[in-house]
Design a protein around this ligand. Structure first.
Ligand code: GLC
Length: 729
């Protein structure tokens, strides 16, 4: 539909119709059995159902076709309903959770994964996904760190941008793509205490320097939507925050798309104590420029009266409605309201999508320890033990449109890779301790003690039979995601007990940790010969993990987030400030910035990960000792594969601005490149440093670089390497 026709449509709509275009209601209102949040049907009046502009949380080509046919027929102007869904790391073929995708340091691969997700979702009638989550996360206590790509602003920027491109493609009318939604704007990951939905207190400097960066970069890729976050920022809820939504988002970032609230967030401004009632909440959300009210009921209940009484101008309303109509038009819904959905799709999962997922899993795994080259596994007797050894629950709590039945377990993949006489499996223990068994997706375990005694006995027998034990431990998938903040980030006691008992058998132990967040792994590290982080790997989890265990694929993942010695260090991030009393690398550290009982840094730092081979970095050099703002410097290093098998290395560029009008981090990731080298081969890897890369939010509140000394590392993680220096003149 052309612009003129769209505006004519808008002018012909009644006030009620316009208001309802800004209303989103749960999909369960249109169809039983679609509840995604436990909200019972019938919460919404029929008049709202008939006119609501969009719905969320339902999928399925046949189901959505039926709903759309009825909806369009009953709508006074036959405007199509929009279907939105959280497809954040897979619809039917579920990829590794976003934190695992961050570990690949491969935006191109992540873009391909988003393309596959969009294709599968569109086939099922979905028009928009609530992804990418571009929240910077430094706090392992916050369960939604699982949905992020970690603690670094550059890595998050590259990953969120890649996801927007993958979901949307070049033309949204292409029905194998879906609209993207950058979320949660803004700084949701900085929740105080790591407690979900909590306040965030951030200086404008920290907000701009760290937390806004990835949103801003992703918005340059023109996502159709942005979602407001639940949290308040410096005392003002995001959903009513005019500074964030008007000055930053609309004016500075130039975002012209649809701003949607998070679920119920408009109404929650009452709980925040920022709005008197639903009418006040609706008013404040409109003032902030929130176009769609997701499921709070404030717009459907109060907006028409606010416009009728002139409190909200019809002009402001029309601008919001036109953005929603534009979205439907850009998706081609007026011409084809059934775009993409294929009622005869059959199995949406294909061999191709499985292969893409399998490669993504292998690339996401981060090898942290490999003493005595325990990995890759020898062709001896291998026992796969632990609650993650043979479970199909390898996808996150945000992959609810996927189906565990499609998942390949570690054990199933092991049976494909090894002769059965050389492998055994044993559960070893329950996933959770009795006192943390939760109702959400976990069967309550009766006779828990007796069950675990029996499981342990079987596991020890399997271990005694084996040469090597692959111990598959981790945090259950219901323990990360929304509303899952934790004050302890240890593995369940029952799993640590299993590890201890297996250790007593004296066998080699390869510990695989499946998790959606960094965990405290000191004890696991001590008792394991090899240790690998597997995240929540999804549908092809078993295949990807076993491909690495057998050496078919060499591990190449690098940590997108710091793993602490203890939760007491959280929030923890590598790009910390030096302080006036930096703790010396060596020597006396009294009266310096340190803990009496713990290191400052991470047990395993950002960017860290091992391969089955080894790499040597030599000959770090800069093309010049100084540069002006209009010049560049090329930093280069020679990387050599000094091992005896092929490997993939993520070469990382870090820069430190030594002196600034504000204090500057001890180093910041400024670039990364993945290279693959055959044994004995070497490659020169170079990065061009330009002035733009040196800019920061100065004391004068400008985004500028400042002349002075800079240090440069090219190395293999955020704590390694020796720097060279140059001057910006
Ligand atoms: C949830 C989440 C958000 C999600 C939305 C729709 O509360 O905060 O990430 O996209 O609701 O499901």
């Amino acid at each position: 539909m052309d612009r003129k026709a769209l505006e004519a449509l808008l002018n012909d709509m009644s006030l009620e119709e316009k208001v309802m275009q800004l209303v989103q209601i749960p999909g369960s209102e249109y169809e039983a059995g679609a509840e995604i949040t436990g909200i019972e049907r019938g919460q919404v009046k029929d008049s709202v159902k008939r006119l609501a502009g969009s719905t969320l949380g339902i999928w399925g080509s046949k189901r959505l076709k039926k709903i759309q046919e009825k909806y369009i027929m009953e709508h006074p102007h036959h405007i199509p309903l929009m279907f939105m869904l959280d497809v954040i790391h897979g619809h039917k073929t579920v990829l590794p959770c976003p934190l695992g995708q961050g570990a690949t340091f491969d935006p191109d691969a992540v873009k391909k994964g988003a393309e596959m997700q969009a294709r599968e979702a569109a086939t099922d009638g979905v028009h928009a996904t609530f992804s990418p989550m571009a929240d910077l996360c430094r706090d392992a206590r916050w369960g939604r760190i699982m949905e992020s790509t970690g603690e670094d602003k550059l890595l998050n920027s590259r990953m969120a941008s890649a996801m927007v491109e993958g979901y949307q493609g070049d033309d949204l009318k292409d029905s194998s793509h879906v609209a993207a939604c950058v979320k949660h704007f803004a700084a949701y990951g900085a929740a105080e205490g790591g407690r979900d939905y909590n306040n965030t207190e951030l200086s404008e400097h920290t907000l701009r320097e760290y937390y806004l960066r990835a949103y801003g970069e992703a918005i340059k890729k023109n996502p159709v939507m942005v979602m407001t976050s639940f949290n308040s920022i410096n005392g003002i809820p995001a959903t009513g925050n005019i500074f964030l939504m008007k000055k930053i988002l609309r004016e500075e970032f130039g975002f012209k798309g649809v701003l949607i609230s998070d679920w119920g967030a408009v109404g929650e401004m009452i709980n925040h104590g920022f709005a008197e009632d639903q009418r006040d909440a609706a008013y404040k959300a409109m003032l902030a420029g929130v176009d769609i009210d997701m499921c709070s009921g404030c717009y459907s209940t109060c907006l028409e009266e606010l416009v009728n009484t002139g409190v909200v101008s019809e002009k402001m309303l029309d601008e919001a409605v036109l953005r929603v109509l534009d979205m439907k038009n850009d998706l081609g819904l007026f011409e084809d309201p059934y775009r993409g959905l294929d009622i005869d799709a059959g199995s949406i999962i294909t061999d191709e999508s499985r292969m893409l997922a399998r490669k993504a899993v292998a690339a996401s795994l981060v090898l942290l320890e490999n003493r005595g080259k325990t990995l890759p596994l020898r062709n001896e007797k291998n026992a796969f033990i632990g609650p993650y050894a043979n479970t199909k629950r390898l996808q996150s709590s945000w992959a609810f449109s996927g189906n565990d039945e499609n998942t390949v377990t570690v054990w199933e993949a092991a049976m494909e890779a090894y002769e059965l006489e050389y492998i055994k499996v044993a559960v070893g223990c329950t996933m959770l301790d009795q006192d943390t068994v939760t109702a959400r997706g976990i069967r309550h375990v009766d006779h828990w003690q007796e069950e675990n005694s029996k499981l342990l006995e079987e596991a020890v027998q399997a271990a005694e039979w084996a040469d090597t034990v692959i111990l598959c431990l981790g945090e259950d998938s219901t323990q990360s995601g929304e509303a899952t903040s934790k004050a302890s980030i240890k593995l369940p006691e029952i799993q640590l007990k299993l590890l201890g008992e297996i250790k007593k058998t004296g066998k080699r132990i390869v510990t695989l940790v499946f998790t959606g967040r960094p965990l405290e792994l000191n004890e696991v590290r001590e008792l394991s010969d090899a240790l690998m982080i597997c995240w929540l790997p999804g549908t092809e989890g078993g295949h990807g993990v076993v491909d690495v265990l057998t050496g078919k694929v060499s591990p190449s993942g690098r940590l997108p987030v710091s793993f602490p010695y203890t939760v007491g260090q959280e929030p923890l991030h590598y790009d910390m400030y030096p302080t006036g009393r930096p703790k010396p690398e060596n020597g006396p550290s009294a009266f310096t910035s340190r803990y009496l009982d713990c290191e400052n840094g991470a047990l395993y730092p950002f960017g860290y990960g091992l391969s089955y081979t080894s790499f040597e970095y030599t000959d770090l050099k800069l093309s010049a000792q100084s540069m002006s703002a209009s010049e560049t410097i090329t930093a280069s290093v020679t990387v050599r594969n000094t091992g005896d098998i092929k490997g993939c290395e993520t070469v990382q560029l870090y820069i430190r601005d030594v002196t600034g009008s504000r204090v500057r981090p001890i180093r910041e990731l400024a670039g990364f490149k993945k290279i693959s080298l055959e044994p004995g081969m070497e490659e020169e890897v170079s990065f061009v440093i330009n002035e733009e890369m040196l800019r920061f939010w100065t004391a004068e509140e400008k985004w500028e670089s400042e002349a002075g000394k800079f240090r440069v590392w090219i190395c293999n993680n955020s704590c390694s390497g020796q720097p060279l220096e140059f001057q910006l003149v």
